[in-house]
Design a protein around this ligand. Structure first.
Ligand code: ATP
Length: 223
């Protein structure tokens, strides 16, 4: 049987994209034998409206700069093109409708998103529409006590396992894979703070992203 393409859908605010994001994407390519990682900048994630988010064009441009050199990384404008429908459930439905037949889709979320998943619109549907990869992140527990038992039963803990291929071949619908793909203590909040303080960004973001932040004086007020 022909193997279906595997595409990771990696949503986020990406304000800005940093090396934690790209290192994670690179590791997932290997661990899940992915064909593509699609970065999906959010119009403005509904749960993050408590601070000023940079204009979508800046966030998109930085993602394009950070991913350009990697042939399996791509940036999607699907959420930026449809800002009236900013919820993940709508985005996933769209991908399932357009590519769900020819590709196996994995929606990627960090441990922080997983912890607050029950606040997301139609969260149980989000966790069912596609396979999910929950990746560990420093400082966050990855438990299942906050989700329903039905969801908890679909969780597969691949942490500490070299290969996940066997787990991926189990039958019976979509799963939620817990992964220890990468543990890199970098956050966009930290990057914004460093930029505001005039610190070097070299280790935290790709060089062209650091240049871009400097050139357009991003993150100079607020954070
Ligand atoms: P902020 O500091 O503004 O909250 P962030 O660094 O978490 O931003 P997002 O754009 O919100 O960046 O991240 C998109 C996704 O990537 C989220 O699911 C988040 O959990 C995950 N993520 C971000 N940084 C890391 C990291 N260092 N390691 C693993 N996952 C990460």
């Amino acid at each position: 049987m022909e193997r279906r393409r595997r595409i990771a859908l990696y949503g986020g605010t990406f304000d800005p994209v940093h090396v934690g994001h790209t290192a994670l994407a690179r590791r997932l390519l290997e661990q899940f034998s992915l064909d593509e990682v699609l970065f999906i900048p959010a119009h403005v994630a509904p749960h993050k409206r408590d601070r000023e988010v940079s204009p979508a064009l800046h966030r998109y441009a930085m993602l394009a700069l950070a991913t350009q050199g990697h042939e399996r990384f791509r940036v999607s404008t699907v959420e930026l093109d449809a800002p009236e429908s900013p919820y993940t459930v709508g985005t996933l439905e769209r991908f399932v409708a357009t590519t769900g037949r020819e590709a196996r889709l994995f929606f990627v979320m960090g441990a922080d998103s997983w912890q607050e998943i029950t606040t997301w619109r139609e969260w149980e549907r989000v966790l069912t529409l596609t396979d999910i990869v929950v990746v560990t992140r420093p400082g966050y527990e990855v438990g299942t006590s906050h989700v329903t038992r039905a969801i908890g039963e679909r969780v597969v803990d691949t942490r500490g396992r070299g290969s996940v291929e066997e787990a991926l071949n189990e039958e019976g619908g979509t799963r939620i894979y817990l992964s220890d793909a990468v543990v890199m203590d970098v956050s966009a909040t930290g990057v914004r703070r460093a930029a505001r303080d005039g610190a070097e960004l070299g280790e935290m973001v790709a060089p062209p992203v650091a240049e871009y932040i400097g050139k357009y004086s991003l993150y100079q007020r607020g954070a």
